[in-house]
Design a protein around this ligand. Structure first.
Ligand code: HMG
Ligand code: MG
Length: 299
């Protein structure tokens, strides 16, 4: 493996909470963000500026963003689908956003109500404004290993969209296995194809764990040189437009894996495990982190 440092991007305040049946208060979201920061997370996706009718749990993202700690080195950012979302992120004082499209036409339509091409042209427009305001833009591609509506997804499509996102100015592409269906061989094949056209340093992986493959797939990605991993504390998460999709891989489980591999994430395992138990009990749901559960049993 190349570099020994891995950047973990905790997406639990957004991906983790967007599909939860239990709504938590804005204060509780801020409590989650603060606890993640204290555990050592430097990159946190704090909310999304999308239609509040479509994703009601994210309707308080403006209040969340406006109450974030100032003067910190932590990179707080939000998900935005269009210029309207970007404008809100700017008003909220953020300096980074993430745009999101998909490698599957049908998922893109259901998720953001437009074709892939339309989404990309929305992002080109957004990029110009982002650049004017010094806003960094991350790019997500969903359904990279399969779609809940159309089934298979072509590798060429993922490669092509990644290139377009990079060319328009995204600093990094996060590959979303939205329904957690991929296996390690698919990870190797896709990363190998992507590396023909872009540096591996520009790739992040965002694996949901629906089929229990996420940690193995992350290992395959690490072996291929990926050093940016998205995860959610307690394995929270899921997309309202991807039926059957469960949470992201748990941040605790990724930290445990990295510790065992001698890779540095800067995250305190005991502290992040405590955050996982805290948020699970607040949401009255079972903690989906195996490491969190195992460490709790040993106490
Ligand atoms: P639309 O209905 O096509 O847009 O929505 P529209 O332009 O016709 O506008 C309809 C209404 O939405 C209007 O309000 C707009 O003002 C409003 P009205 O006039 O009816 O009162 N609107 C907005 N409101 C707030 N923020 C905005 C915004 N834009 C328009 N930015 C839209 C298009 C994309 C907004 C909509 O389809 C939407 O919100 N979809 C939800 C997308 C979403 O949040 N999905 C879940 C996150 S993605 C995910 O989880 C995958 C990921 O984790 C990676 C992976 O796992 O694969 C990232
Ligand atoms: Mg996701």
């Amino acid at each position: 493996m190349s570099s020994s440092t891995v950047r973990i991007v905790d997406v639990s305040p957004r991906d983790g909470l967007q599909n939860e049946p239990t709504r938590i208060s804005t204060e509780a979201k801020l409590g989650l963000i603060e606890r993640l920061s204290t555990a050592g997370l430097q990159h946190i996706e704090v909310g999304s500026f999308v239609s509040p009718h479509r994703v009601p749990c994210m309707a308080d993202s403006m209040q969340v963003c406006q109450s974030l700690p100032k003067h910190t080195d932590i990179n707080f950012y939000a998900l935005v689908p269009n210029v309207q979302g970007l404008q809100k992120a700017i008003d909220a004082g953020l300096t980074e956003v993430a745009v999101f499209t998909a490698a599957s036409e049908q998922f893109c339509q259901r998720n953001i109500n437009c074709s892939i091409d339309e989404s990309l042209s929305r992002f080109s427009e957004l990029m110009v404004i982002a650049e004017d305001h010094d806003i960094r833009v991350r790019g997500y591609i969903s359904t990279v290993f399969g779609c809940p509506y159309q089934g298979t997804v072509s590798i060429e499509k993922v490669v092509n969209i990644s290139q377009q996102l990079l060319e328009m100015g995204c600093y990094e592409i996060s590959l979303g296995d939205t329904i957690g269906i991929g296996t390690a061989n698919q990870v190797k094949i896709l990363l190998n194809a992507l590396c023909q056209t872009m540096p591996i340093e520009k790739v992040a992986v965002h694996f949901h764990d629906s089929y229990g493959q996420a940690l193995t797939n992350i290992y395959a990605a690490l072996e291929a040189g990926v050093r940016v991993i998205d995860s959610s504390v307690a394995g929270l998460g899921g997309c309202p437009y991807a039926k059957g999709s469960t949470g992201n891989i748990a941040t605790e489980d990724v930290v445990y894996l990295l510790n065992g591999l001698g890779l540095e994430s800067g995250i305190d395992l005991h502290k992040i495990v405590a955050v996982g138990h805290w948020i699970s009990s607040l949401l009255q749901r079972e903690n989906a982190s195996k490491v969190g559960l195992a460490m709790n049993m040993r106490r």
